[in-house]
Design a protein around this ligand. Structure first.
Ligand code: ZN
Length: 201
């Protein structure tokens, strides 16, 4: 075991920070040191913000988003089109779409995608509640904003099958050239998807 140079409280902080995505042991140590140095400006406010989040955060029983109210702010927002539901795998995807301000719709967070390899089956995801929402009569379109992977496609096909008896239009995100992207940097499958899904100007 590596020799520790900090007290048990700081070691614990490093250990917990190291569990965050994208932070390895070295960067966790660096982040912990930064927090310790900025005790009043950063460590204190961060601890308070985390305690407040821990005490107040709920999962929306309608859409699966996280917020401090249930239903969440998005589900309660009357200015959003109730006829369109954007289906995402994870809350991070919902946040990304909200950041882009690309659409003013409601969401449904599946909590993952189907995966034979990882043993994720339909009953492990928020799929029944999605079918119930789609069957409610208000919903006209379901946009499947899932990753362009085999598992993402499997999940999209599964959802499309389960909705086939309902008068709901199912669409998915376009695949193709990223904005600002150079053609000769794209992989072959992205390039051929972009050709297949070409649009008029
Ligand atoms: Zn919600």
């Amino acid at each position: 075991m590596a020799r520790s140079s900090a007290g048990p409280e700081i070691e614990r902080l490093i250990q917990l920070l190291g569990r965050l995505p994208g932070l390895g042991p070295r960067s966790a140590r660096r982040a912990a040191l930064h927090l310790v140095k900025k005790r009043d400006q950063l460590l204190g406010p961060l601890a308070e913000a985390m305690a407040a989040a821990h005490a107040n955060i709920l999962t929306c029983t309608t859409c699966g988003n996280v917020d401090t109210t249930d239903p969440c702010g998005i589900c309660r927002d009357a200015r959003r089109d109730p006829g369109i539901i954007v289906v995402v795998a994870d809350v991070a995807d919902l946040w990304a779409l909200e950041r882009s301000a690309a659409i003013n719709a409601r969401y449904h967070v599946l909590g993952g995608i189907l995966s034979a390899l990882d043993g994720v089956r339909p009953e492990n995801l928020n799929l029944d509640s999605l079918i119930d929402r789609a069957a409610s009569g208000d919903v006209k379109e379901l946009i499947l904003a899932l990753s362009a992977t085999v598992d993402g496609q499997t999940t999209a096909h599964y959802i499309t099958d389960r909705l086939s008896h309902l008068p709901v239009k199912v669409t998915r995100l376009a695949h193709g050239v990223p904005v600002g992207g150079e053609l000769d940097y794209l992989d072959d499958s992205t390039l051929s998807a972009a050709i297949r899904q070409r649009t008029g100007l």
